[in-house]
Design a protein around this ligand. Structure first.
Ligand code: SF4
Length: 494
């Protein structure tokens, strides 16, 4: 994949130009800037822009001025405000607080990264004393919005810890006045009706893993105690979605979210995966590639694929999701939606893994079952291998200030700042991209491992190109893509 662009007449004067980066998208030149503004130009128009010969009546001129690509007539204050709005998350502090209630899990998935333990390992459960300290720490965040996310292992194995954190954080929030949300990431195979009704009554959002039809899901997500995980997951998705409707909730906002992890099996059954999501009324399918670490490293020969195979799958799946949308089916592809929020709206979705700088420690904090604190769940996984490089402290002896100002948090911010990373700083995709130093460290032992043309970089470039090309070439796509950027907060709708 090439990112070069040959200019026949390099500019001698640049004073008329605003700051921008440029590249190649579908035979046109894309120009982008830090406000997240972008446009596609024919090559002769780009040449004319550079040497300041673009005619005053050229149909692109007003847009180029408005977006700050041409200085003459541009409102610099307004452009500065747009840049500040895009980076608003920088001044907010961590909003995502991941609580590992236990490492115990009743499943043994082929790609598990979560350092799970067997069901008899009660020593990997979070104690109530630790849970209380976690809440005391998390509620000190300067972020006005706090999302407690329960993970494991299988977090519902210690349902009492979840209940305690929900109740205690709400009690504390009577004085803090933050917008508080709770989300449970569960495999749904340890669910009971009592637990389900408590989660519904307490507005705990649900996110599960659904890898596709039985042939894919049961292959990927092995259930250790026998039986078919797929049937249980479907039962509980239907149960929760039915109950939300019975409770009078808007199903567009209140439904079980599902994530899928792509394995070799998925590549064979990609259309059935999407059809299943549609059949279940799931409105967001988040296509995710396999990460080559954790158990997936050991099982890569059976479930892995090349980066190009994943991108071919992604393009096919995105086309099909768009085709369904054109037929009136409302289903969003999650990765595209994150990029589109950056490309088509004045805001950044503050998705901690695709942010500049990354959210590790500045947007999210992970609390392990034993009270140790990490900048993200990946930091906790690295610690499980015996490497405590990313430990920020613990809930018993560290202060909130020590954690968020830890030198490791600063190092991660520097290592993920696209404005200074070689090649990223000149890349046209920088306003929409993000790199993950902990991901790099897991793959290559180097925080700065993310270099152009690594699989992640290629994935991000390809997806951004795909979306821009669709917007440029198919007029029916823009209204669909704009719908994918709309975010209606659930807490205002119950
Ligand atoms: S990681 Fe790749 S796509 Fe992303 S900004 Fe850097 S060079 Fe561009």
């Amino acid at each position: 994949m090439t990112r070069t662009l040959t200019l026949t007449a390099p500019p001698e004067q640049v004073e008329h130009l605003g700051f921008f980066r440029f590249g190649d998208v579908g035979g046109k030149v894309v120009i982008t800037n830090d406000a997240g503004e972008w446009t596609l130009l024919e090559r002769p128009d780009f040449q004319a822009l550079l040497v300041d010969t673009l005619a005053p009546e050229h149909p692109k001129r007003a847009e180029l001025v408005d977006k700050g690509f041409l200085r003459d007539g541009a409102d610099l204050n307004q452009i500065a405000e747009r840049v500040a709005r895009k980076r608003r998350f920088l001044g907010q502090g961590p909003h995502l607080h991941i609580v590992i209630t236990t490492l115990r899990c009743n499943q043994s998935c082929k790609y598990c990264h979560a350092s799970r333990t067997d069901m008899d390992r009660v020593d990997t459960d979070m104690s109530m004393e630790t849970a209380k300290k976690v809440v005391d720490m998390a509620m000190q965040t300067t972020s006005p919005y706090v999302n407690f996310e329960y993970q494991g292992g299988e977090p519902t194995v210690r349902f009492d810890v979840i209940q305690f954190v929900v109740d205690y954080s709400r009690e504390k929030n009577r004085y803090e006045g933050k917008t508080l949300e709770h989300a449970l990431v569960t495999n749904l195979t340890y669910m009971t009706e009592d637990k389900a009704e408590w989660l519904l009554a307490n507005d705990v959002l649900l996110c599960t893993s659904l890898d596709g039809p039985a042939v894919v899901h049961n292959f990927n997500r092995t259930w250790r105690k026998g039986g078919e995980a797929f049937d249980r997951v479907l039962h509980w998705i239907r149960y929760f979605n039915r109950r939300y409707v019975e409770m009078g909730r808007d199903p567009e906002l209140w439904h079980v979210d599902a994530l899928m992890t792509t394995t070799r099996k998925t590549l064979e059954h990609w259309r059935e995966v999407i059809d299943l999501y549609v059949e279940l009324g799931i409105r967001n399918i988040h296509l995710r590639p396999l990460n080559p670490f954790g158990f997936a490293n050991k099982t890569w020969r059976a479930i892995g694929y090349t980066p190009q195979e994943y991108l071919d799958f992604y393009a096919r799946a995105l086309d099909y999701v768009l085709e369904l949308n054109k037929q009136g089916v409302q289903i969003i592809e999650g990765t595209a939606s994150t990029f589109l929020k950056k490309m088509l709206t004045p805001d950044d979705p503050n998705f901690v893994d695709l942010r500049n700088p990354v959210g590790s420690g500045t947007g999210q904090i992970a609390y392990n079952f034993d009270g140790n604190i990490y900048p993200s769940d990946e930091g906790r996984m690295i610690a499980a291998t015996g490497d405590q490089l990313f430990k920020l402290g613990d809930v018993f002896t560290s202060t909130y200030d020590e954690v968020v100002n830890h030198p490791t948090v600063k190092a991660l911010a520097v290592a993920s700042s696209l404005d200074s990373l070689p090649s990223c700083h000149t890349c046209w995709n920088a306003p929409f991209c993000g790199v993950r130093p902990l991901h790099n460290y897991m793959q290559s032992g180097d925080l700065f491992g993310q270099r152009p043309n690594t699989p992640k970089c290629t994935e991000h470039l390809t997806i951004a190109r795909l979306l821009m090309s669709k917007l440029a070439n198919d007029p029916d796509v823009e209204p669909i893509f704009r719908r994918w950027t709309i975010h209606r907060p659930r807490h205002e709708s119950s």
